[in-house]
Write a protein that binds this ligand. Structure first.
Ligand SMILES: Nc1nc2c(c(=O)[nH]1)N[C@H]1C(S)=C(S)[C@@H](COP(=O)(O)OP(=O)(O)OC[C@H]3O[C@@H](n4cnc5c(=O)[nH]c(N)nc54)[C@H](O)[C@@H]3O)O[C@H]1N2
Ligand SMILES: Nc1nc2c(c(=O)[nH]1)N[C@H]1C(S)=C(S)[C@@H](COP(=O)(O)OP(=O)(O)OC[C@H]3O[C@@H](n4cnc5c(=O)[nH]c(N)nc54)[C@H](O)[C@@H]3O)O[C@H]1N2
Ligand code: SF4
Ligand SMILES: [Mo]
Length: 891
């Protein structure tokens, strides 16, 4: 990296949709330090564990730095000419619908705008869809059904102003940690504030909840239908608001009233007392925000869930006023921006509708384009089906990893393998998707690229470059624009920089916008390059004629919906359907996220800090199910569906419900032998939004019989070709690995050396405990440890954090080496246990020690150990440890 005087740049975190402001300082000498931006309205200086560790993820290790064609390095000209000619040829021979783009909510608005323009206006097809289909499509569809537009009415401040925050299908503590912290701070200041969590799993978010409802999978529609009926039957409707600003309440109420509390209890898995408690809380708090995320969206009834929630807010007029409203929190940093520019196959640019001929005409005139897509394009699941069917001849994937993240992922992988021409633009050289690319295009990553993103509260911020472009990497918008030019549209794609793209896009939002469209950025349509560079975060709308530049940031308090009659629509949604299990697949497989990893781990897995919290893939299992199936803590389990199977670690916990499993979506073939959970997930979609039901797949569970279990730490990247199970993770001195063997090896030495990536002949220090068959092997190089392998008939019990730390200790003293094969610290070196606080490297044993020595609160533990004093993302876990150990102490 470049040397020079230290320089601090204001930028935006590239992970979740909270959209935190970051101060990135490039120090003299090239190191990067990361801090929360105290001036950014989304986070006011806070960051979570992922944001705090950004500095550990920007090295060039594993980056794709040069274009490649057919696996060989190529010039940009060669690669781009080939992409343009392959797309043009497919279009000429098979029509515009024979090509497709599959893009991402992690693109910047400028990237997204150019991709959408090229596909919908110049190729003339709407076959551009995005991973937001897997993420926000049901919210978009629900908003459009109710409001006539994809508008998020509220702002983050509402979460702090509310008297009641209902979180449904959202693990805010881990997935939107800074919003969670904002709510926690508001509740600490105003303890009368109430929080309800609705989730089949008692996640860490429950720590903040006054009421936790362990809803049955997909019970949400029924729960909110019951709420609507309760509100109507107990005098809580805002008759004036309903009459003035909405339509269709009678039909919605008819359906809602069709169930009584007994039906609702059966459909939601909750008891009547819990339902009544929730309904009374909701009815009694005027300032109520209902926050929802993937437990709502990723369902075969996702759009209905969204409308069931919105109906309750419309019925009470609790929308668009401070502290009130339905709030869909977006997942990716620019999920919102992508929706704005029309990145979904069924949307047009700038919140215009593809089905509307006037809108199509307007967009075409604005672009002066030869064509305009005449009908919606293929949505993600159908798009990959069309690839599999041979209908798509050329596909460009940008900033997403569908071989890991799409349902029925093996079919997606097979489709890519069979597709005649696949282009992948990514920052990494090896992903499960890019291995199927004919052309690989190296993109600029976070810290290297410039543009804008829109967060969950419609706030537009600037990610800014502070690092030089590595190798030949180029911006995603530039790649798309160059192909547009090479396909014969030189003028339309002549963008000198990101600012010029933003100007055009902002002008488009204002073009013939007489107030009938919510999205209006006319106020920045003429922004010059310098002002764009300096642009401070702001919320849309920002129309040109808005003198104050701070218009009301909430929508709909006084109606003004974007439907033809300007009235909001109640949607008469019916109760949720039950998903059928079978005798063979009797578990409900739920999937989602963990605190410290991001999606397919291409960036977060680079960080040792982020890799220690949870270092291998797992399945959460209820103790009763584990007992019935003979599964013990730390065993390996096989989770299977009709489509495939995976092998992961058993995590037995009563936070899970009986009959349900939870497996994280993160582990790919790059990090584990067989943990890609989307291979199991059926491609069932919501009929309205096309969003896949990623949280509810029928699955089976069995114990995985291993002949030996193993754990290793290694300076080199470990390799376990002959292991039945493995999962690797970075640690500060190198790597750590969990593995298991189906059968014993005849010869151990070659296996150990291969696993540690060292010469087969390297001498090993070995020890076998004859009483229990535990064997331990270590290899040294001069004064330090090269690696150690622990093998056992039972899951290995060595302290992981201690063993990983040994890669950085001095082992010049031969007599100290016994500790490695003894697998335990010397008396003067306490074992931290599993790491809870990734920022300050504090383990569970440190925390228990502090509790035993008298710390009675999270703050006291923090003072004693420094756990939770940086980003605070682990505070909920500290609380759980505290609760458990205080109870024991009290007994
Ligand atoms: N650490 C971390 N943070 C992230 C991400 C990440 O990869 N890692 N990704 C970002 C992205 S793109 C997204 S979309 C968001 C997602 O953020 P969230 O939606 O909060 O995360 P998930 O873990 O996918 O799912 C949330 C919860 O839905 C619950 N759930 C499952 N089925 C149901 C149901 O039928 N009803 C209800 N009420 N709940 C149900 C699950 O048990 C789970 O706890 O996170 C963003 N933030
Ligand atoms: N089972 C299950 N499956 C799920 C989900 C679930 O909850 N359960 N959640 C779904 C959701 S909500 C989402 S959002 C998706 C996410 O799934 P993906 O989008 O597939 O996951 P990512 O790992 O974020 O993929 C981003 C890719 O872009 C690359 N990249 C990073 N920065 C850049 C850049 O600037 N330019 C380019 N060109 N590439 C870049 C990364 O290296 C990575 O390969 O997963 C979905 N799949
Ligand atoms: S909450 Fe964390 S991941 Fe999300 S934007 Fe803020 S720092 Fe980034
Ligand atoms: Mo997402």
């Amino acid at each position: 990296m470049t040397a020079g005087p230290a320089r601090t740049v204001k930028t935006t975190c590239p992970y979740c949709g909270v959209g935190c402001g970051v101060l990135a300082t490039l120090e003299e000498g090239g190191a990067v330090t990361i801090k929360g931006d105290p001036d950014h309205p989304a986070n006011l200086g806070r960051l979570c564990s992922k944001g705090s560790a950004l500095g550990e993820t920007i090295d060039l290790d594993g980056r794709l730095l040069f274009p490649e064609v057919g696996g060989r390095r190529a010039s940009w000209d060669t690669a781009l000419d080939l992409v343009a000619s392959a797309f043009s040829k497919a279009i000429a021979e098979h029509g515009p619908d024979s090509v497709a783009f599959y893009v991402s909510g992690q693109l910047l608005t400028e990237d997204y705008y150019v991709a959408n323009k090229l596909m919908k206006g110049f190729i003339g097809s709407a076959n551009i869809d995005t991973n937001s289909r897997l993420c926000m499509a049901s919210s978009v569809a629900g908003h459009r059904r109710a409001f006539g537009s994809d508008t998020v009415p509220g702002t983050y401040e509402d979460l702090e102003l509310a008297d009641l925050v209902v979180l449904t299908g959202s693990n805010l503590a881990w997935c939107h940690p800074v919003l969670y912290q904002r709510i926690a701070a508001a509740k600490a200041a105003r303890p009368e504030m109430r929080i309800v969590l609705i989730d089949p799993r008692r996640t860490m978010t429950a720590d903040l909840a006054d009421l936790y409802l362990a809803i049955a999978p997909d019970g949400d529609v029924s729960l909110f239908l019951g709420l609507l009926a309760h509100l109507a039957d107990n005098g809580f409707l805002d008759e004036a608001y309903v009459a003035a600003h909405t339509s269709g309440i009678d039909q919605a109420l008819d359906v809602a009233r069709a169930q009584d509390l007994t039906d609702l209890a059966a459909q939601t898995g909750l008891d009547i007392a819990q339902l009544e408690q929730f309904y009374a809380l909701w009815a009694g708090a005027e300032k109520v925000v209902t926050v929802y995320s993937q437990g709502v969206n990723q369902s075969s009834t996702g759009t209905d869930k969204v409308n069931a929630i919105i109906n309750c807010h419309l019925a009470t007029g609790r929308i668009g006023r401070p502290g009130m409203g339905p709030f869909s929190v977006t997942g990716q940093p620019n999920a919102m921006g992508g929706r704005e520019v029309g990145g979904l196959a069924n949307m047009l640019a700038a919140h215009m509708e593809i089905e509307n001929p006037e809108h199509r005409d307007r967009v075409q005139r604005f672009w002066k384009s030869p064509k305009i897509a005449a009908k919606p394009g293929l949505k993600a699941v159908d798009l990959f089906q069309a690839v599999a069917d041979g209908k798509i001849k050329a596909l460009w994937i940008m900033a997403t990893n569908p071989v890991d993240s799409m349902p029925d992922a093996s079919a997606v992988e097979a489709a890519l393998a069979a597709c005649p021409f696949v282009v992948v633009s990514d920052i990494m050289a090896e992903t499960d998707t890019i291995r199927h690319a004919d052309v690989k295009l190296p993109s600029l990553g976070w810290g290297e690229k410039d543009g804008t993103v829109t967060n969950s509260e419609r706030r537009i911020s600037r990610p800014r470059a502070f690092l030089p472009a590595p190798g030949k990497a180029r911006a995603d918008w530039w790649q798309m624009a160059e192909v547009g030019k090479r396909m014969g549209h030189a003028a339309a794609f002549d963008f000198p920089n990101a600012a010029s793209v933003m100007r055009e896009y902002a002008a488009q939002t204002a073009f013939e916008n007489d107030g009938a469209r919510d999205l209006d950025l006319g106020g920045i349509a003429d922004i010059d390059d310098a002002a764009y560079d300096e642009m401070a975060p702001f919320q849309w709308p920002r129309p040109a004629d808005d003198g104050s530049l701070t218009p009301d940031t909430r929508f709909f308090a006084n109606g003004g919906y974007f439907t033809p009659d300007r009235l909001a629509r109640f949607v008469a949604v019916a109760p949720s359907r039950q998903v059928a299990g079978s005798r063979e697949y009797r578990f409900t497989l739920n999937t989602g996220r963990i605190r410290d990893h991001w999606h397919t781990m291409t960036r977060t897995a680079k960080s040792p800090r982020l890799s220690v919290h949870i270092a291998e893939p797992f399945a959460e299992i209820h103790p009763a199910d584990a007992r019935a199936l003979g599964i013990c803590e730390a065993d390996l389990v096989r989770v299977a569906s009709e489509r495939g199977e995976i092998v992961v670690r058993a995590l037995i916990t009563d936070r899970q419900q009986p009959g349900a499993l939870f497996v994280p979506m993160h582990w790919t073939d790059q990090w584990a032998s067989s943990a890609r959970v989307d291979r199991l997930v059926a491609p069932v979609v919501d009929p309205v939004s096309g969003q896949p039901a990623l949280k509810n797949t029928a699955a089976s569970l069995t114990r995985f019989e291993a002949s030996q279990y193993g754990f290793a730490v290694s300076r080199n990247k470990p390799l376990f070709e002959s292991a039945a199970y493995w999962a690797i993770a970075r640690s500060t001195g190198g790597w750590r690995a969990e593995f298991a063997l189906a059968e014993d090896h005849d010869e151990v030495q070659p296996f150990i050396c291969a696993a540690l990536g060292i010469d087969t002949g390297t001498p090993l220090l070995s020890f076998t405990d004859p009483t229990n068959g535990v064997t331990r092997h270590a290899a040294f190089d001069g004064t330090s440890l090269l690696g150690a392998v622990y093998l056992s008939r039972q899951p290995v019990t060595v302290s992981r954090s201690w063993a990983a730390d040994q890669l950085e200790q001095d082992y010049a003293n031969l007599s100290s080496r016994w500790r490695i094969i003894a697998g335990r610290p010397a008396n003067d070196m306490p074992d931290k246990g599993a790491i809870v606080c990734a920022c300050m490297n504090v383990g569970v044993n440190d925390i228990i020690g502090a509790i035993r020595s008298g710390c009675g609160s999270v703050d006291a533990v923090a003072r004693a150990t420094s756990a939770g004093t940086n980003c605070g993302s682990c505070k909920a876990e500290i609380k759980v440890i505290l609760d458990e150990h205080q109870i024991i102490a009290a007994e």
